[in-house]
Design a protein around this ligand. Sequence first.
Ligand code: ADP
Length: 194
Amino acid sequence: MRLILLGPPGAGKGTQSQRLVTKHGIIQLSTGDMLRAAIKAGTPIGLKARDIMARGDLVPDEVVVGIISDRINEPDARRGFVLDGFPRTVKQAEALDGLLAQKGLKLDGIVELKVDEGILLTRIAKRLAETQARGEAVRPDDNPEAFKTRLGAYREQTAPLIDYYRKKGALKSVDGMAGIDDVSRSIDAALPGG
Ligand code: ADP
């Protein structure tokens, strides 16, 4: 099973990806997580991405395409994957099409999590408060200013992907405002065999 989850920051892509991992025995490929790991490890990619991410802007396409290209060649990706936070631009989507075609692979589903923008800031604020309550480090981009930039990047650069995949006849939209279990059920129903 190879899937893409689309949706703005705070839509619940990470939460739903983890459920899909458990259900289907696939891996979650979150470019955000991979970039944060690179920053922590102090790799050249991490150094390049750090300030861009803290501001809430998108890192260059070639950086994330390189990361994903390497990662889907790993043996554990053979059973499938859910892409969470990638692709984020039309360029990235085109690069992904090329990568998959090269490998003779097809996507089984592209699912859009539809949410009201008004709820997103509330969700991010809640995530921030919960992280702080657990005494964990807060993401440098989980603040109102960077969040505004992230939302702008989504609107301008990522939202066009909805049309990109819709035109290919491959897009399913799911109500992301429902409870976590209900959203999971809707995603299952939207996937092949669901
Ligand atoms: P969220 O979706 O909640 O904003 P992510 O962890 O997916 O969080 O992404 C955090 C940041 O990582 C983004 O704001 C961006 O700077 C960078 N990033 C992640 N994935 C990509 C991508 N595919 N293309 C460009 N930048 C990315």
